[in-house]
Design a protein around this ligand. Structure first.
Ligand SMILES: Nc1ncnc2c1ncn2[C@@H]1O[C@H](COP(=O)(O)OP(=O)(O)OP(=O)(O)O)[C@@H](O)[C@H]1O
Ligand SMILES: [Mg+2]
Length: 404
């Protein structure tokens, strides 16, 4: 039992030894197979890469090339293998090669990395960048084209500005020249009406001349203001002014027209606003006048109110005042409200025929208000009147006025 056991043991030992040898043999075989398999896989991977790969020996001769490399260089594998590639074998060397393939020059980017493995001294990675280079060329060409276009545009803009200025200057000069004889006509009409013994019919004709000339003068003045504003020739002229007198002057300018249309006209002045202020009173007056003229023009019945109210006070030197002109007239559609501040624009096409005017009044008022750092706005509903308003920061005229 024992010996059998020993035998068995010996057997087992022998068997063990034999098995061990077999395993070693097996493992070498496995390693070899693995090695073969891994180099095959490596080759497969290298051949599947889109970039060309060349392995060079220390003298620059090709010892390996993948499929992409001979496709890129337009040579068969056997034509490349063992040939002198002749590139510097410096680690990190990067260069572009021009290769003619099928009669077309292609640009290939080559990146060399040093390698120290058996007879391999460097690996050169090749990439076809022809499309990229072509794209860059196209981009550079369109860039140059754009630059040229830009220069032409700048030149055209400068010419347009110069011409615009010239036109503006021309319009300003003409308007100025028209104003002088027109004032003469108005003066003469005034003399004829007051000092001459005219018959009823002649009187009526002179009145018509006076009316037409006054309308013409308003238009000419508007055009003159507009062209000056457009040319940037109008600047702020700040001085002290009495707010109540300013509003009264605006009211007085339209009181006659209001009486003719049976409209009531009033001033609504918030007592909290200082009486005397400092700012461009002339421009505030002219803006309010344009708004008041419109209010009267576009209101068949009801009232026109011209007002100013205190919005806020910033001690020690400014007050924010809201100016407004309100009427009970025809009102303005929402869509038209966005356009009427542009020059020569009226709320609808029939306005000119029915009410006259050139469509400049609001645009001038808007320019003036913006020059004073305000914004001209309107609240209106068709058929329910309109309220035009703007807020301005004005200075106190003097310290004594502050606590009134
Ligand atoms: N108070 C208002 N009520 C209704 N519509 C108005 C009022 N104010 C202005 N509008 C509309 O805005 C348009 C532009 O006004 P703007 O003062 O610029 O021109 P205009 O009065 O027609 O002509 P101009 O002022 O040159 O004599 C007017 O034609 C009118 O359609
Ligand atoms: Mg107007």
């Amino acid at each position: 039992m024992n010996s059998r056991n020993i035998d068995h043991r010996d057997d087992t030992v022998f068997h063990f030894k034999d098995e061990n040898k077999q395993e070693v043999a097996d493992s070498t075989q496995v390693q070899k197979t693995r090695l073969r398999t891994s180099s095959k896989s490596l080759l497969r991977i290298l051949n599947a890469t889109a970039d060309g790969i060349l392995i060079l020996d220390s003298s620059g001769y090709v010892v390996f090339c993948n499929k992409a490399a001979h496709k890129l260089l337009g040579k068969e594998e056997h034509e490349l293998m063992g040939t002198m590639f002749g590139c510097p074998i410096a680690d990190g060397h990067k260069t572009e090669l021009q290769i003619t393939r099928n009669g077309r020059v292609r640009t290939v980017e080559m990146h060399v990395s040093a390698l120290d493995y058996e007879n391999a001294a460097a690996v050169a990675c090749l990439r076809d960048i022809t499309k990229h280079v072509d794209l860059q060329k196209t981009l550079a060409a369109s860039n140059a084209e754009l630059k040229k276009l830009n220069e032409e545009l700048v030149q055209a803009r400068d010419e347009a500005i110069a011409q615009h200025k010239l036109k503006g200057q021309f319009v300003a000069n003409i308007s100025h020249e028209i104003r002088t004889p027109l004032s003469g006509i108005l003066g003469l009409a005034d003399i004829l009406l007051n000092d001459c013994q005219l018959g009823e019919e002649e009187l009526e004709n002179v009145r018509l001349i006076q009316q037409a000339s006054a309308q013409l003068l308003t238009i000419v003045n508007d055009i003159l203001d507009f062209s000056k504003l457009d040319a940037g020739h109008i600047s702020l002229q700040e001085s002290d002014f009495m707010l109540d007198s300013l509003l009264e002057e605006v009211r007085d300018s339209v009181v006659g027209a209001c009486a003719q249309k049976n409209l009531s006209i009033s001033i609504v002045l918030d007592p909290k606003v200082p009486k005397q202020l400092n700012g461009d009173g002339q421009k505030i007056r002219q803006s309010l006048l344009n708004l008041a003229h419109n209010a009267v023009k576009f209101t068949p019945t009801g009232y026109v109110r011209i007002g100013a109210e205190l919005q806020s006070t910033s001690y020690p030197n400014t007050v924010r005042v809201k100016f407004h002109v309100e009427d009970t007239g025809i009102g303005i559609e929402k869509l038209a409200q966005e356009k009427i501040f542009q020059p020569f624009v009226q709320a609808d096409g029939s306005t000119t025929r029915f009410y006259g005017g050139t469509g400049l009044g609001l645009s001038i008022a808007k320019h003036f208000v913006e020059l004073m750092k305000g914004r001209l706005s309107v609240d209106s509903e068709p058929g329910s009147g309109a309220k035009f308003w703007f807020e301005l920061d004005l200075k106190y005229a003097d310290a004594d006025d502050r606590h009134q």
